[in-house]
Design a protein around this ligand. Structure first.
Ligand code: MG
Length: 168
């Protein structure tokens, strides 16, 4: 019988502005584009939404609590390192591990679809989960709003985590 107390869901949302002279990192992949996301870290909006969803599921607050943008230690840091760190925090705070994650990136340009497989491989490695546990979707917002006009990108993530009884 499934013990529902051993499952939790989490939701994450993030936004970053697009700017010049920045590489574009999404899902741990450096995507060729003339603009990049602006932020204290590498500004990987998809991974930030995912981290917030994971922390939310475990009741551990948000990414800003754990990796404040006022801390020089995180300046320019790869969000892949933040994600690995978040997974460690989940494991240490009661043995939470990922069941699945579903993510949506909202960006008008560039085309993201060709990079999704590589993103999933990166995240799979950092999260030590199966490839099929991860789903990444990309959509435009039909030219509307800050994402539609190319001012920035947004990302949403939902996760399900389970408690590993052996470590609980
Ligand atoms: Mg962010």
């Amino acid at each position: 019988m499934i013990d529902i107390m051993n499952f939790r869901t989490g939701f994450g949302y993030d936004v970053h502005r697009l700017g010049e002279n920045r590489p574009l990192w999404i899902g741990g992949v450096k995507i060729p584009y003339h603009l990049g996301l602006v932020g204290h870290s590498d500004a990987d909006v998809l991974i930030h939404a995912l981290c917030d969803a994971l922390l939310g599921a475990a009741g551990l607050g948000d990414i800003g609590n754990h990796f404040p943008d006022s801390d020089p230690a995180y300046k320019g840091i790869s969000s892949m390192i933040l994600l690995e760190n978040v997974m460690r925090k989940l494991s240490e705070s009661g043995g939470w591990c990922l069941v699945n994650a579903d993510m949506t990136l909202v960006a008008e340009k560039p085309r993201i679809a060709p990079f999704i497989g590589e993103m999933k491989k990166n995240l799979q490695k950092a999260m030590k989960c199966g490839y099929s546990c991860l789903n990444i979707k990309a959509t435009t917002s039909e030219g509307l709003g800050f994402t539609g006009t190319g001012q920035g990108m947004a990302a949403y993530a939902v996760v399900l985590v389970a408690k590993n009884d052996k470590t609980a």
